[in-house]
Design a protein around this ligand. Structure first.
Ligand code: UTP
Length: 289
């Protein structure tokens, strides 16, 4: 079944990037000149998914403003004859059909996904974590959607993480089906040293069947006292197994300081307006270290 709907949970408190995220949602932090969440919406659109629900919370209103028209700004650009910039600004408002819902209490990613139950209805849907930007030739969520269509099972997007970092993520028990595609038989969120199942971790993307909502309604708080999406996916895995896709793009974690800097540097080195100057700058900086 074709994936038509996506949800982007963006209600988290972003405590790892305070104080930047105190009044600015971390999902709105720019990578050079575009907020993180715009990359994510564009990834959906590139995969043919244009029905999008963004889960927001208190203090996140500027996400809605960003994807709306900005009449005063547009009139200004029109009057100044800045047509290219005008087109860019209007394009953001026309990218997709975006709706919003508030998660009133930040009870965890699993709870945020549950807030999307009535938007999703009875069809499979995509989840794109609002602070995980993936840049590549193919939209990562499209790679997962293809696997869902092929196998008819829930799909999670995975990458291998360094051994020293696995305790911060999830860990999956996987068996290779074919290149970059695995069958999942178990998973654990934030494993202790004796609980690591593999270094494959769910990073930022999944495609889920609607039965996940019944599971989420009964999922108790897990790691960190939060209702974890991984715990619900584990239950789904036990019921009917899941597929893992090692997506081809590069993932940037906009929820931590190092990820934000990696994204900024790597995108700046490709950016048509600044790449030459920035490359020179990086070279001279590196030489002075
Ligand atoms: P994270 O766990 O990375 O976000 O969730 P967080 O809770 O903001 O992180 P820290 O630890 O405080 O820095 C991944 C995605 O899920 C959203 C976040 O906004 C992020 O985009 N999320 C998380 C929600 O929408 N609601 C929640 O209750 C938790």
């Amino acid at each position: 079944m074709k994936i038509r709907k996506a949800i982007i949970p963006a209600a988290g408190l972003g405590t790892r990037v305070l104080p930047a995220s105190k009044s600015m949602p971390k999902e709105m932090l720019p990578i050079v000149d575009k907020p993180a969440i715009q990359y994510i919406v564009e990834e959906c659109v590139a995969a043919g998914i244009t029905e999008i629900l963004i889960i927001t919370g208190r203090g996140k209103n500027i996400i809605e403003d960003h994807f709306d028209y900005s009449i005063e700004l547009e009139n200004h650009l029109k009057n100044k004859g800045k047509t290219e910039m005008l087109t860019q600004v209007q394009h953001v408002a026309e990218l997709a059909n975006i709706q919003y819902i508030r998660q009133k209490k930040t009870l965890g990613l699993g709870h945020a996904v549950l807030c999307a139950k009535s938007f999703v209805g009875n069809e499979p849907f995509a989840v794109l974590y609002g602070d995980d930007v993936i840049i590549g030739d193919k939209p990562a969520i499209g790679e997962l959607a293809e696997a869902y269509e092929q196998y008819g099972l829930g799909v999670c997007g995975v990458k291998k993480v360094a051994e020293k970092d696995i305790s911060k993520y999830s860990s999956l028990k996987v068996e290779l089906i074919k290149e970059h595609i695995f069958k999942v038989s178990d998973m654990i969120e934030k494993p202790g040293p004796d609980e690591v199942l593999s270094l494959y971790s769910i990073l930022g993307r999944c495609v889920l069947p609607p039965k996940i909502f019944d599971i989420l309604e009964n999922t108790k708080p897990g790691a960190g006292g939060e209702i974890q999406l991984t715990d619900a996916m584990k239950e789904l895995t036990y019921k009917e197994s899941m597929i893992a896709v090692e997506y081809s793009g590069k993932r940037y974690d906009m929820g931590n300081k190092f990820g934000i800097m990696q994204a900024a540097c790597e995108v700046a080195l490709q950016h048509p307006e600044i790449k030459d100057d920035f490359k020179e700058y990086i070279k001279s900086l590196a030489a002075s270290l």
